[in-house]
Structures are given as structure tokens and as C-alpha cells.
Design a binder for this molecule. Structure first.
Ligand SMILES: [Zn+2]
Length: 252
């Protein structure tokens, strides 16, 4: 979906139901920056197809907004085409972690026959772990040709989270620093991490974006942006006060 002059969102890429995941891309005069690659190679093919079609002569570059596999699973498809993938220096995942993700994905299939058949293999067909080959440890700018974008470290959900800000179009891609419609996933952190997350949200709010592409769920525009930020902020504040995540599985 086209969001602005230079920005596009690719929403609704598959992951474990009812979760779908978002990606997007920004088209400069020379370089098209892809934000996240979806959870598997099938998603990456979709993102790559759209990103290549808008300005076919542009070089492509990828940036990952975080370390979780729903955002980096398609990296291998891009690396196979010689496309650089950028990400936070702490993002590096291991093949064992990826295998555990596939096993957990399969274990979550409700139907016995489909689970026994290992249908997670179909979802991850042609997918392999590919970590970023270019690393970032501080805020960075990319010149896409006629358009400069800012890569902002926005930790909290994980230490590796970053956001992509396009000042000229007032569009912000936040990864899972913001989640739209779903409860945010606090399970990867502690109350100390959630306080850091709140600081990242305050930074995001201060940009006053007109359009936000969250890591998951519908794109937010105009007044919806403030509602989105406030909703995630409230979940974080309640969780800090309570000391545990709203989705934590706790013994009675
Ligand atoms: Zn995610």
C-alpha cells in the first residue's frame, strides 16, 4: 500500500495466527530501503517483488527492525541476491535458535494430523537464517538519493529494536516498538527493559509522525498515531507497576 510520496507498507504477511507481520519500503532516487523481510522466504518474495517494481533501476538495501524471526526470516532471500542487510549489532541469531522457532511453530499447529505432518516445513520452505551483514550501534542516516532517512535506536521490546523515520513524508516504521491492534509482546524483557521502551515511545511521540507502520497490525494515520502510542504506553506502565507481562503464563 502506498502511504506517501516515497513510502509503502506491505501489511498482513503471515506468521502464527492470529499474528500477521508488516514490512515496508522507501523509494529514493537511487536506493530503495526495505524495512524488514517478513517471517519466511515466501514473504520475502512478496516484499522484494513490490519493492523492485516501484523503481526497478534502484539498488535495494534491507534494514531489520529487530532480532525476532518474524522480522528477519526473509533475509536469506535478499542476501542470495547480493543485497546488503543492515541491523543492530546485537541482532545475531544462531541456527539452533532458528530451529527452535520452527519446532515451536509446528507444535502450535492445532490440528493433530497437520502437526504430525510437520506443516511448519511448508511455511518455512526455502527459508534459512541469514543475519545482517552490516551492523549499526548508533543512530544512522541513509541517503537514498533525494531523500534522507533516519535510523533511530528505539530499544525496549528487545535491545535490538530500531525505527526508520522519513522526515520529508512524516512516516515512521517502528517495528515492534509499537504494535497496532494486538497486545504488545513484553515477554522478551523485564520491567527495566520496559522503562527503556517507554523512553523510546517518548522519542517516537516527539517526532509527531503523520503515519506509523507498526510491526504488526493496521497502519495508523493522524489521530490514530497518538492512540496507538498511548495504548502501548499504558500496557507498559501497568506491567511495570504489576511486575509482569500481560501475556506471562503464571502459576495460580
Ligand atoms: Zn514482531
Amino acid at each position: 500500500m502506498r502511504l506517501s510520496n516515497r513510502c509503502y507498507a506491505v501489511t498482513g504477511l503471515g506468521y502464527s495466527a492470529p499474528w500477521c507481520v508488516n514490512a515496508g519500503f522507501l523509494v529514493g532516487d537511487n536506493l530503495t530501503l526495505v524495512v524488514d523481510t517478513g517471517g519466511n522466504t515466501l514473504a520475502a518474495q512478496t516484499v522484494h517483488g513490490y519493492a523492485s517494481a516501484v523503481r526497478p533501476r534502484n539498488q535495494l538495501r534491507v534494514i531489520n527492525t529487530e532480532k525476532h524471526f518474524d522480522h528477519i526470516g526473509g533475509n536469506g532471500f535478499f542476501r542470495d541476491r547480493g543485497i546488503d542487510v543492515w541491523g543492530h549489532v546485537g541482532i545475531m541469531r544462531t541456527p539452533d535458535e532458528f530451529q527452535t522457532e520452527i519446532t515451536e511453530f509446528n507444535d502450535a499447529i492445532p490440528n493433530d494430523a497437520r502437526r504430525a505432518r510437520g506443516e511448519a516445513r511448508a511455511f518455512f520452505h526455502g527459508t534459512y537464517l541469514a543475519n545482517p551483514n552490516c551492523q549499526i550501534d548508533c543512530d544512522t542516516r541513509f541517503d537514498l538519493g533525494g531523500c534522507t532517512v533516519e535510523i533511530l535506536l528505539t530499544p525496549g521490546h528487545t535491545a535490538t529494536n530500531l525505527s526508520v523515520w522519513v522526515p520529508e513524508d512524516e512516516v515512521l516504521f517502528t517495528g515492534d516498538c509499537l504494535i497496532s491492534g494486538y497486545l504488545p509482546n513484553l515477554d522478551a524483557g523485564t520491567p527495566a527493559d520496559w522503562r527503556v521502551w517507554i523512553e523510546s515511545l517518548e522519542r517516537i511521540a516527539s517526532l509527531n509522525p503523520a503515519i506509523v507502520v507498526a510491526g504488526h497490525g493496521p497502519v495508523a494515520r493522524g489521530d490514530e498515531v497518538h492512540v496507538l502510542v498511548d495504548t502501548v504506553m499504558q500496557v507498559l506502565e501497568e506491567s511495570i507497576a504489576r511486575g509482569y507481562s500481560p501475556t506471562a503464563e503464571r502459576a495460580e
